[in-house]
Ligand binder design. Structure first.
Ligand SMILES: *[C@@H]1O[C@H](CO)[C@@H](O)[C@H](O)[C@H]1NC(C)=O
Ligand SMILES: *[C@@H]1O[C@H](CO)[C@@H](O)[C@H](O)[C@H]1NC(C)=O
Length: 314
């Protein structure tokens, strides 16, 4: 009891110290800067490939001792220590967003997928732990902010790294990883009719992919990029198939112009009749060779971010 109290006091003290130190750096920064706003709103400098931030360290990196060291250097030299960062990391000035805690999700999830249709959020599959994957859908109701209905996915459907898109009623679920750890992907593809909660089969993708960019555009379901069967190698391939009301109108997927840079986990949207593929990853964890449980191991992981826009077929 006494120990717990002592711990709490110590924690509060550290918290106050961090806040105090940050405030001092903020003040110094503001007074040494011509536009005397807060640290955050000064971070983004326009028309610059690099920008300078005051040397505020992250909370889990010996915050206090390094901050105090920096501060004493600062006092001697009378300047705020700075470091130069690539403009890639600049925060855009924006309104302060207020967060509100909502009801807890029914299960923890990693690398599942979610899609909103009107006031309902459909949340699919995902890892519960590295050794356990979910094979059901949970529905969140934005009208009364509750988690409600839960129903099963088809047995053959992937459990993570799904390609997913909706037309407002039908949800297309394309390929993805089947099983936990770093198991292989499946080509199996399905359609969910959200008004009946019925699953339908759909022509399988020609080859399996992890987390491909998936979007509906001009009456066709497009699937691009993702990782290849080894999970790591970026796939550049791009396929499409004509669809209407959850049905494929063609027997086979059509091969389209490959995307310039492949890889998993891109955002993909259609705006002003252009198909945009945004950001994402290159490379990923792979299964340890010979591991009976396909144990994930980190090999050659590379993360990149980029933005490009495709205007295929026009
Ligand atoms: C702490 O920050 C320094 C400098 O930014 C960095 O070199 C070091 O790796 C960090 N340490 C940890 C544990 O994150
Ligand atoms: C969502 O919540 C509202 C308000 O409780 C309710 O009227 C509606 O039926 C719910 N929708 C579904 C699909 O459960």
């Amino acid at each position: 009891m006494a120990r717990a109290k002592h711990k709490t006091t110590k924690f509060v003290f550290i918290l106050v110290a961090i806040l105090g130190a940050f405030f001092i750096v903020d003040l110094l920064w503001a007074s040494s800067s011509s536009a005397s706003q807060s640290v955050a709103s000064n971070w983004a400098f326009q028309n610059s490939h690099a920008f300078i931030v005051p040397n505020v360290v992250s909370p889990n990196n010996n915050t206090i001792s390094s901050l105090i060291k920096e501060k004493s250097k600062q006092d001697k030299k009378g300047v705020v220590p700075e470091r130069v960062l690539s403009a890639t990391f600049a925060d855009l000035p924006g309104p302060e967003l207020k967060w509100e805690k909502m009801s807890t999700a029914p299960v923890p999830r990693l690398d599942g997928a979610a899609i909103q249709i009107k006031n309902l959020l459909y949340v699919f599959a995902g890892y519960g732990t590295i050794d356990y994957v979910h094979s059901h859908v949970d529905i969140y109701n934005f009208t009364d902010n509750t988690w409600g209905e839960r129903f099963d996915m088809p047995k053959e459907m992937a459990h993570s790294h799904l390609g997913m898109v909706t037309d407002g009623r039908y949800i297309y679920v394309v390929t993805g990883q089947y099983g936990p750890q770093c198991r292989g992907p499946t080509v199996s593809t399905f359609v969910l009719d959200t008004s009946t909660k019925q699953w339908q089969d759909f022509p399988s993708l020609p080859v399996p992919r992890y987390a491909p960019a998936t979007q509906l555009w001009r009456g066709r379901l497009h699937v691009m990029g993702g990782s290849k069967e080894n999970r790591h190698t970026p796939g550049l391939e791009h396929w499409s198939i004509a669809v209407k009301d959850g049905q494929a109108l063609e027997k086979d997927w059509r091969t389209e112009i490959p995307i310039p840079r492949g890889g998993p986990h891109r955002a993909c949207v259609v705006a002003n009749d252009h198909l945009y593929v945004i950001g994402g990853q290159e490379g990923d964890f792979m299964a340890k060779p010979g591991s009976p449980i396909f144990k994930c191991s980190r090999r050659n992981e590379v993360i990149t971010y980029m933005l490009f826009n495709r205007n295929v077929g026009s």
